[in-house]
Write a new protein. Structure first.
Length: 300
């Protein structure tokens, strides 16, 4: 791989690292399998692109609004689960399917090009550094700030209550924690991160597309699983680092697999490569757990 390809992979890895942090919040913290991200990722792209192209909004404000739209989508998923007792997986699927039609309406079509429109990355040109270098640096700094913000939030009283709600709902309720409200906010916040990432993804690749959310849930899960399989994740600080590292390694693995001619993969096989990586990570993770249990048994 060339330097340009490596930097491009880092660029994409940092964006999906934000998605991974959202997946960590729902799957690991809240124990809420959320499939809304398949719709909230393109929702963020659609909202940002439409506001920038059709309304002429500042790209920073448009990107923040995209995150808010994602929060609403996640909130609605949690609402179906908490208030109407619809299974969390089914609730996520229903909202994701609905968002496909909503995204088409927002963009007035299947896609929205961002040609000749200023993006958040346009402002980086003042540094006089080529985009393929400055963009990954900017995204790296951005995801570190998001990671630290998430760590700080989960260390607050509200964040600890959210962790308790996901870890042991019955015990949390017995201690006065409103588990339903924790799900409403937590799933909404996770999808806000996903939609924010979708808005950045659209701006860096020059278009928003209604189909760009396909497989995003697998990418987020792959990043979390891969990162936590190879790195210590005993604390929130280490776990969020593992998610980001997992996203970068995932993108590097996909890029290497698609560029390895002897394997025979093509660009259209990216979803197959993703599934295989997740399967391998899960197998390795289970193998590690089995070996750990075996060692403990021998010590006894």
């Amino acid at each position: 791989m060339s330097l340009y390809e490596i930097l491009g992979t880092l660029e994409t890895g940092f964006i999906f690292g934000i998605v991974a942090l959202g997946a960590f919040l729902t799957f690991r913290i809240l124990d809420f399998p959320d499939l809304t991200v398949e719709g909230s990722f393109p929702l963020g792209a659609a909202v940002a692109a439409t506001l920038m192209v059709s309304a002429g909004w500042n790209p920073w404000i448009a990107t923040i609004c995209a995150g808010l739209a994602g929060f609403v989508a996640g909130f609605m998923t949690a609402l179906l689960n908490v208030r109407f007792r619809i299974l969390h997986i089914l609730a996520g699927i229903l909202i994701a399917i609905s968002l496909y039609s909503i995204n088409l309406r927002i963009m007035s079509g299947p896609n929205k090009p961002l040609l000749m429109v200023d993006s958040v990355f346009t402002y980086l040109e003042i540094f006089g550094i080529p985009g393929y270098i400055i963009n990954p640096i900017f995204l790296g700094i951005l995801i570190i700030l998001i990671k630290l913000g998430l760590d700080a939030f989960l260390a607050t009283g509200y964040g600890i209550s959210m962790r308790a709600a996901g870890s042991n709902p019955a015990m949390a309720e017995a201690n006065g924690v409103n588990v339903g409200n924790m799900k409403l906010f937590g799933v909404g916040f996770a999808n806000a991160l996903t939609a924010f990432a979708g808005a950045l993804f659209a701006q860096i690749f020059g278009a928003a597309d209604a189909y760009m959310g396909i497989g995003v849930i697998i990418v987020g899960l792959a990043s979390v699983i891969v990162g936590m399989s190879i790195m210590p994740s005993g604390t929130i600080f280490l776990a969020t680092i593992a998610c980001i590292v997992g996203a970068i390694l995932y993108r590097l693995a996909v890029a290497l697999a698609l560029n390895a001619d002897f394997i025979g993969f093509q660009a259209s096989d990216v979803q197959l490569v993703t599934a295989l990586l997740v399967i391998i990570a899960l197998i390795l993770q289970q193998s590690g757990n089995v070996r750990s249990m075996f060692r403990k048994g021998n010590k006894r």
